[in-house]
Design a protein around this ligand. Structure first.
Ligand SMILES: Cc1cc2nc3c(=O)[nH]c(=O)nc-3n(C[C@H](O)[C@H](O)[C@H](O)COP(=O)(O)OP(=O)(O)OC[C@H]3O[C@@H](n4cnc5c(N)ncnc54)[C@H](O)[C@@H]3O)c2cc1C
Length: 479
């Protein structure tokens, strides 16, 4: 791709300051856009990452660019890095708020060898064994891409694998079956641990009825990683513009006109990297293709040596449990515990104290010694779940130079690095080489198509989500 015109760069020398406070009730299914110039959510990551690095300031006039990327989370920044490094294309990244304001500075920092919400056995059911094996190769390649990208970013990596804890005895047979499949079909060395071993050698989670340990899994500091990606992308020649929401999008004569408050960005190609913060009106190709779901996270004060002993935390490895509405937790390098799980259904309800209280209750259920411990950080964010639980890195219309990488379903810390590589490949004109279903098909609509196309769809989806959450709760705790 040839340069269209060079853009005058606005080097600010420092990070762009927020012009509006954080909005705790933001809801992508309700708000027409994610805001402009909003401050970060008050997360542990932002509280401990240090000052955000220099960016390129907001868009202040009309510009012509080759490639515009919308969204500056891990996906947008990794795509910019790969576009520059692998294809010589210097992208222009547009961000509505502060850099990496969305999921990428709100997650649990768990980099797992996964993408989407389906298990390997479900890949086989859906696509057959050969495709499942190739998908596994892609995800493992993603883990390598991720390791290589973070190698020179000081983001406190905690390697050692992923511990997948059976939250009750009933969950063990399915876990054993999955581990056998991982070993025998995928040649991936997943081991089953009994409850005593988990409690003695890893962590005394009082719910643990056993666990599956998989060799790949790294805990990272999400804020430091986001800032590292930002530095890397800019060092390679990409520009990153916070406080520049795309508020309108027209395409004429093969050129995309992206309207931001400071000017129109005319781009030959657009990559959409907006994750769970994708507004319904951003582009017709994306309307109703994602179900944004809230996830909550809390971080305790640093544990005393006695508390660490009482919980027998012998690892910093990333941990999840087998609930459908799963918990993700770990002991942080500074001795705090982070734990997260599902939250409210709507943005309006998210700030309610009861959601934080649920997490504190769940923490105490796993670790009675931590009942009532002071919570230093509490936040929530929108996870991008696709309607078939798998991501897509795709060009939805062959005639239009629009591409997206979306729908990781809460497994995007690692996979966004690989998705960025694949999205860059698509944008550089080499997408046809990609032949897995996550590259060759669109983000699907849910089954009830008529509802999808009606304006009333979002509330209906949320109604369905409420029913599903009740069902999952019964499955997880009662049945
Ligand atoms: C609470 C929580 C916990 C999670 N935990 C984990 C975990 O432990 N492990 C894991 O693998 N994954 C986890 N995830 C998911 C993971 O954080 C993401 O998949 C990953 O960070 C990739 O995000 P992204 O870059 O695709 O999107 P985001 O980081 O959400 O970035 C999208 C950006 O797009 C911007 N944007 C939206 N619309 C516009 C517009 N019109 N114009 C300009 N900019 C726009 C937004 O402001 C936002 O900053 C979690 C997510 C949440 C919310």
């Amino acid at each position: 791709m040839q340069a269209v015109a060079s853009q005058t760069l606005l080097r600010t020398g420092h990070a762009t300051e927020p012009v509006r406070p954080y909005d705790p009730a933001y809801d992508p299914l309700v708000s027409p856009n994610p805001g402009q110039g909003r401050d970060y959510a008050p997360t542990y990551w932002i509280g401990t990452a240090g000052a955000p690095p220099e960016d390129d300031g907001p868009i202040t006039h009309d510009v012509d660019v080759d490639v515009a990327l919308i969204g500056s989370g891990f996906t947008g920044l990794c795509t910019a890095i790969h576009l520059a490094r692998d294809h010589g294309i210097k992208a222009t990244v547009l961000e509505a708020n502060r850099v990496s304001w969305g999921c990428s500075t709100r997650n649990g920092g768990q980099a797992q060898c996964a993408s989407g919400r389906l298990k390997r056995s479900q890949w086989i059911e859906r696509w057959g064994r050969d495709t499942a094996l190739r998908l596994h190769e892609e995800v493992c390649a993603g883990m390598q891409t991720f390791k290589e990208l973070i190698a020179d970013i000081p983001c406190d990596p905690q390697p050692g694998g992923h511990l997948y804890i059976a939250h009750r005895a009933k969950a063990m047979p399915a876990l054993e079956k999955e581990a056998r499949l991982l070993r025998e079909v995928f040649k991936y060395d997943a081991r089953i641990l009994d409850a005593d071993t988990v409690r003695r050698e890893y962590v005394d989670d009082r719910e643990a009825a056993g666990a599956m340990h998989e060799p790949e899994g790294i805990g990272i500091h999400a804020g430091k990683l986001a800032f590292g990606y930002l530095r890397k992308a800019r060092a390679l020649g990409a520009t990153v513009h916070p406080s520049s929401p795309v508020l309108g999008w027209e395409t004429r004569g093969g050129v995309h006109y992206l309207r931001t408050p400071g000017g129109v960005v005319r781009a030959r190609a657009v990559g959409v990297c907006t994750g769970g913060y994708t507004s319904q009106g951003l582009h017709p190709q994306l309307r109703n293709r994602l179900l944004p779901i809230l996830s909550n996270s809390i971080v305790t004060r640093p544990l005393t040596p006695q508390e660490i002993e009482a919980c027998n935390f012998r690892t910093h490895q990333v941990i999840t449990d087998t609930r459908v509405l799963r918990h993700y937790y770990r002991l942080m390098p500074d001795g705090r515990v982070q734990i997260g799980s599902r939250s409210a259904i709507t943005g309006r309800d998210a700030p309610q104290e009861k959601y934080r209280a649920f997490l504190e209750r769940d923490l105490a259920r796993k670790f009675p010694a931590l009942a009532g411990i002071r919570i230093d950080y509490s936040w929530w964010g929108w996870v991008d779940v696709s309607h078939d639980m798998m991501p897509r890195i795709h060009q939805p219309q062959p005639a239009e130079s629009i591409y997206y990488a979306l729908g990781y379903g809460g497994n995007g810390v690692m996979y966004s690095a690989q998705a960025g590589k694949r999205l860059a490949q698509w944008i550089a004109g080499r997408g046809r080489e990609l032949d897995l279903p996550i590259f060759t098909s669109k983000l699907p609509f849910p089954n009830v198509r008529e509802l999808v196309e009606s304006q009333a769809f979002a509330p209906f989806r949320r109604l369905g989500q409420r029913v599903l959450y009740r069902w999952y709760h019964l499955q997880d705790e009662v049945l």
